[in-house]
Design a protein around this ligand. Structure first.
Ligand SMILES: Cc1ncc(COP(=O)(O)O)c(C=O)c1O
Length: 462
């Protein structure tokens, strides 16, 4: 996220908007919302202040409503959570039904909803991945994947086989090991001396890292003095969240072969990519490979906090009974929500929809890049995830101010984004719920384009 920035709580007059998908009928932030926003600022840490001050009162499909008459077309999906759409009745009913049974938790004791979800995940996963361990947050799932990789390394290579390799620019969560595995230096400054068993190699995005060959991976490890025998795991987001770019297919296939050759666990962090986001059930399908582990979260439930690690039996069974558990594993209400969500995604063919409408989204975004080619350095994405990287003209330096101002302008026009992300906070991320119809995608992209135009015109005048 754009670290260190927050919105002033001073209402500004903004143009009124009334269209099929968007309605803005108040100044922004809404004057009546200021006490609520001030209370949040008073009682929560300032780290929570980074998002546009939209008060979420109700959300439905691809739209978010505040209590003051405003309605946004949502290009955030929360933060890539609501794959099936916001506030889906089927998910809410599954939650209510489970709650009405008055079984709100059951620790690791056996239970039906947990069984349902574990079975569902394993059945949907590729053949080799036949165990699912259910957790609560994405970061927790990443921690678990790191732990399983380390345990495997220790077992097959002894205490020297401990290194986790991940990628520059990566985001894997905000708990300690997941943050060490992340590749955004600003997120790790506070940690102090970094653990040398977490190593990052360049992410071959083709824009900031022009060398997209797999040789760069091997060369970087050699330069860092890391022999392959010392590596226990490679962890990568299936597409890099900060810029929505995929690794080259050949690179990923060679990485898979390299991991096999050196007995290294390959984990795809699918916390953003899974459950149809990229137009396939699992994002790694685009590479024609199967990882040893995948981490899941966000779109697994389109709602309540639940995550999972799905992987091979050999890896998931490394810890004996009672020694790899979690208090809230497979919470019955969260599991019921996840099962209802997965049913919806499949029943409504939302994956095909994401693939087809996603093509329109990607084409619209490319057209926006062509219009503002000086200040948009790269666009990327697939299916219903995309990103525009704002740059200072003539360089590849991120223009965080431009990204921030464009997002602000969009939000004030009824198009909801979360704050800019990615390298230097210069990336505008586009991730509508998968159920969003084509006309809404086109409407949102028109707002995005005209917001670039208005912000750049304002700059030219200043
Ligand atoms: C790729 C990826 N991995 C891990 C995480 C961490 O998930 P959580 O915020 O649920 O802990 C995120 C969250 O944004 C993510 O995008």
């Amino acid at each position: 996220m754009a670290a260190g920035r927050c919105y002033e709580l001073v209402p500004r007059e903004v143009p009124r908007v009334e269209t099929r998908y968007r309605r803005i009928v108040t100044p922004f932030p809404v004057p009546e919302s200021i006490p609520l926003l001030q209370d949040l600022r008073a009682y929560e840490p300032q780290s929570m202040e980074g998002q546009p001050p939209v008060i979420w009162d109700r959300a439905d499909g691809c739209q978010v409503y505040d209590p003051y008459g405003n309605m946004w077309l949502d290009f955030s999906s929360g933060v890539l959570v609501t794959n099936a759409g916001h506030g889906r009745k089927e998910i809410a009913e599954a939650v209510i039904e489970q709650a009405n049974r008055r079984l709100l938790t059951h620790y690791c004791f056996p239970g039906g909803p947990r069984r349902g979800l574990a079975k569902r995940l394993v059945e949907l996963a590729p053949d080799r991945l036949d165990k699912a361990f259910i957790l609560t947050t994405g970061s927790e799932a990443v921690e678990c994947a790191i732990k399983l990789s380390r345990a495997h390394g220790l077992a097959v290579g002894g205490p020297e086989k401990l290194v986790i390799v991940s990628f520059t620019g990566a985001f894997h969560g905000r708990t300690l090991a997941s943050q060490l595995a992340g590749g955004i230096p600003a997120l790790k400054d506070w940690i102090g001396p970094l653990d040398p068993t977490f190593v990052q190699v360049p992410y071959p995005d083709g824009f900031r890292c022009e060398d997209t060959s797999f040789e760069l991976f091997e060369r970087t490890l050699a330069q860092k003095g890391i022999a392959p025998e010392r590596v226990c795991g490679v962890l990568t987001e299936t597409f890099q969240g900060g810029n929505a770019t995929f690794l080259p297919v050949e690179y990923m296939q060679r990485l898979r072969a390299w991991c096999d050759e050196h007995d290294v666990v390959l984990t795809c962090d699918e916390i953003q990519a899974a459950f149809g986001r990229t137009g396939t059930m699992w994002g790694f399908e685009h590479y024609g490979i199967v990882p040893d582990l995948m981490t899941l979260g966000k779109g697994i439930s389109s709602s309540l906090p639940i995550s999972a690690v799905v992987g091979t039996e050999a890896l998931l069974n490394q810890f004996p009974p009672g020694s790899m558990t979690s208090t809230h594993t497979g919470n019955p209400i969260c599991s019921a929500a996840a099962c209802a969500n997965i049913d919806l995604i499949l029943r409504e063919h939302l994956i095909d929809h994401a693939r087809d409408v996603g093509q329109v989204l990607q084409a619209e975004l490319t057209a926006i890049k062509d219009r503002f080619t000086d200040v948009i350095g790269a666009v990327g994405g697939r299916g219903m995830v995309a990103a525009a990287q704002c740059i200072v003209p003539g360089t590849k330096d991120p223009d965080a101010d431009l990204a921030w101002d464009v997002v602000r302008r969009c939000v004030e026009s009824g198009l909801l984004f979360f704050s800019p992300v990615g390298f230097g906070g210069g990336t505008i991320k586009i991730c509508p719920p998968l159920c969003t119809e084509q006309a809404a995608i086109q409407d949102g992209c028109q707002v995005l384009g005209s917001s670039f135009e208005a912000v750049l015109a304002g700059r030219a005048k200043a």
